[in-house]
Design a protein around this ligand. Structure first.
Ligand code: PLP
Length: 527
């Protein structure tokens, strides 16, 4: 590499990217091209002679950018966010610059050691139990995606149970998750050779909201008795009662679409009775469709009492748990054997960076380690070091901890917490706008920065429910002004509005709502 040529080209590239971000709102958020659009715009084969960078930039402008969906646009509200930041970008740049392949400690000691340290930092920030820290038997590792994370822990759990049973018990071992669990779990089962019928996706349902909790009632009664008052009546407003002695206890949304411990117990009991062996449970904190939160503590206890591996997928919502007020959503993580969150979703770390922690790294290594002659070295042979090649599927690995390290250092914890809170506040704002328009309804309780809502079909048109919302989605996205996505919950077609792009401000959310309202008026006018 000619360093001066690099400097010149890289400056141009940085200028190009900076200009892209400056003008990002001018592009249609969702690419509007048709399948195969690029084939006719580019030559059939690679050039024989070098071309200029300027020519390539011209092609990027004219041919590539029209086929890009702008995930970093402030008007991007689809799926879940995939954050970029200056810090994340600089870390990526440094990683590309050093371009090491850090499969074993010896191939770049700093890559392994920084990854261990930075994942310890992040584990402490999330208040994960100490067993997940690298000082003991556990530790963190950066995987490419949450899908790889669940695959590697499933393989570790599978091999662990098969060592206990026998190799030919593969047909008998069973995985449990909810019907809201990301399809990554099913894919992992396919790869791991789990019998397709032994991947149980247990049914979840939407439960009643704003019910009085018996626990809250008990607490209030205990408090009043302790201060000498006499509880005498539940649920009434009665003349003559001192106003201060009428307790209106706070109700809360119970989490919808969460996996029920009772249903899990039932499924396990049924499977054990017919000779199957439960071995893996995946719970989710922040499901993909609606951010449901599975009750980790209760589920974890069931997993433990049945000798199962308990994995927690917090791919999206894990980031929010760095804020003390959202940490409660991973209460119970003490019961988990592994925990995963995607720093590349909502933590300002450019794709890809999926943080996985395990309590027992030996289980991973036993499943994924190879030790060919050409990789042997003193440090590995003496068992003095972590070789991350044994914690993942591929051999080669990038220096991804640099970008996470940069994010943590250049922002600092307080700014990262503000960042999360701001998106959640914007989601609250959007939720409020939806709630004010009687033509729409908010479908599930909003917990983090996703709002699930739908346009209500006019009376006598209820059968058109799905078509109406699908038409609205298509109409919205084809304007290019905003991009949202959808899901299906309890058979209903639902629109998802996920806030989390770093550039999104309140004005973007308000404008997006106006686009939605205008398109809804057009559609409803046609009915
Ligand atoms: N788990 C959850 C809860 C998700 O929402 C997603 C993606 O949105 C995934 C897993 C899969 O993520 P990845 O693309 O990192 O495999």
């Amino acid at each position: 590499m000619d360093a001066e040529q690099f400097r010149e080209h890289a400056h141009k590239m940085v200028d190009f990217i900076a200009d892209y971000y400056k003008t990002i709102e001018n592009f249609p958020v969702l690419s509007q091209v048709q399948p195969g659009y690029l084939r006719n715009m580019l030559p059939d084969s690679a050039p024989n002679h070098p071309e200029s960078l300027d020519d390539i930039f011209n092609d990027v402008q004219a041919k590539i950018l029209p086929g890009v969906t702008h995930w970093q646009s402030p008007n991007y509200f689809a799926y879940y966010p995939s954050n970029s930041s200056i810090a994340g970008f600089l870390g990526e740049m440094l990683s590309a610059g050093l371009n090491i392949v850090g499969f074993s400690w010896i191939t770049s000691p700093a890559a392994t050691e920084l990854e261990m340290i930075v994942l310890d930092w992040l584990a402490k920030l999330l208040k994960l139990p100490d067993e997940f820290l690298s000082a003991g038997q556990g530790g963190g590792v950066i995987q490419g995606t949450a899908s790889e994370a669940v695959l590697v822990v499933l393989l570790a759990a599978r091999d662990k149970v098969l060592r206990r049973l026998s190799k030919n018990a593969l047909e008998k071992i069973v995985v449990y998750a909810s019907d809201q669990t990301h399809s990554a779990v099913q894919k992992a089962c396919q790869i791991a050779g789990i019998h397709p019928e032994n991947c149980r996706l247990l049914k979840t349902e939407s439960s009643t909201n704003y019910a009085l909790s018996p626990d809250v009632l008990c607490e209030a009664i205990a408090h009043d008795v302790a201060i000498g008052l006499v509880p005498f009546f539940l649920c009434a407003t009665i003349a003559g009662i001192h106003p201060e002695n009428c307790r209106l206890l706070k109700t809360e949304f119970s989490t919808d679409y969460a996996l029920s411990p009772d249903i899990l117990c039932e499924a396990i009991a049924h499977d054990v009775a017919i000779g199957l062996v439960p071995f893996f449970l995946c719970a989710t904190v922040g499901t993909t469709s609606s951010t449901a939160v599975d009750p980790l503590l209760a589920l974890g206890k069931i997993a433990k009492s049945n000798g199962m591996w308990f994995h927690v997928d917090a791919a999206y919502a894990g980031s929010a748990c760095i804020c003390p007020e959202y940490r409660q959503y991973i209460d119970g993580v003490e019961e988990a054997d592994s925990f995963n969150m995607n720093a590349h979703k909502w933590f300002l770390t450019n794709f890809d960076c999926s943080a996985l922690w395990v309590k027992d790294r030996t289980a991973l290594v036993q499943s994924l380690s190879t030790n060919p002659e050409f990789l042997k070295n003193k440090a590995s042979q003496a068992n003095m070091v972590v070789d991350y090649k044994d914690w993942q599927i591929p051999l080669g690995r990038r220096f991804r901890s640099l970008k996470l390290w940069m994010v943590l250092r250049l922002y600092g914890i307080e700014n990262l917490q503000c960042y999360i809170r701001n998106h959640i506040k914007l989601a609250e704002h959007f939720e409020g706008l939806v709630a004010q328009d009687p033509r729409f309804e908010v479908v599930t309780p909003r917990i983090f920065s996703l709002v699930c809502f739908r346009l209500l079909p006019p009376r006598n048109n209820e059968d058109n429910d799905k078509k109406l919302n699908n038409d609205l989605l298509e109409a919205i996205n084809s304007t290019g002004k905003i991009f949202i996505s959808h899901t299906v919950l309890s058979g209903k077609y639902i629109l998802r509005f996920a806030i989390g792009a770093p550039l999104t401000e309140e004005r973007h959310v308000t404008a997006a709502w106006k686009v939605l309202q205008d398109e809804a008026s057009v559609l409803l006018g046609r009915l």
